[in-house]
Design a protein around this ligand. Structure first.
Ligand code: FES
Ligand code: FES
Length: 175
């Protein structure tokens, strides 16, 4: 067999960096090519962040970086150095679902649940960007990057509108 021309390729550079994940300080050393979704799932075992396409189209890998929804399959770990990452595991408290999670439960905004973590995190970001009173057209437009293969979207839209209002709440809002 011919020797591979790649055998002598130098190892990719690694980076030691720190970030916060679901409120906990995390220090890692990663290959410069490591994707955020790989760190979350493979190293930190936060497997609620799903991989549906790996090509930045389905939204199943959506997480928050400093409160903004991003697709973790399209972000390198080195890009989130020093940033605050939140996954679906960091949304509820030990006793209580987040209002957006509760709205998805109440309105049956899921079937298989594969897309649901990404849907909930992108919905929370809609409230950050638009406020707690969302109309159907806004929700449907903002879901263009999140694909559900099961539900037909009607109940997801109802859940997001309800969950957004609940996040607004009498006390002025919950992150
Ligand atoms: S896995 Fe990231 S957008 Fe589909
Ligand atoms: S509930 Fe199955 S993919 Fe959305």
């Amino acid at each position: 067999m011919q020797p591979s021309p790649f055998n002598d390729a130098p190892a990719p550079p690694t980076h030691a960096l720190a970030l916060t994940v679901n409120g906990a300080a995390v220090a890692v050393t990663v290959d410069a090519r490591t994707l955020l979704v790989q760190l979350l799932r493979d190293e930190l075992r936060l497997t609620g962040t799903h991989v549906g396409c790996d090509t930045s189209q389905c939204g199943a890998c959506t997480v928050h970086v400093d409160g903004e929804a991003v697709k973790a399959c399209a972000v390198l770990v080195v890009q989130v150095e020093g940033r605050d990452v939140r996954t679906i595991e960091g949304v509820a408290t030990a006793e209580t679902l987040h209002p957006m999670q509760e709205a998805f439960r109440e309105h049956h905004g899921l079937q298989c649940g594969f897309c649901t973590p990404g849907m909930i995190l992108v919905a929370m970001d809609m409230v950050r960007r638009h406020g707690p009173v969302l109309d159907e057209a806004t929700v449907r437009a903002d879901l263009e990057g999140n694909i559900c293969r099961c539900t037909g979207y009607h109940n997801i839209v109802k859940a997001i509108i309800t969950g957004a209002r609940a996040m607004g709440g009498p006390a002025g809002g919950q992150e």
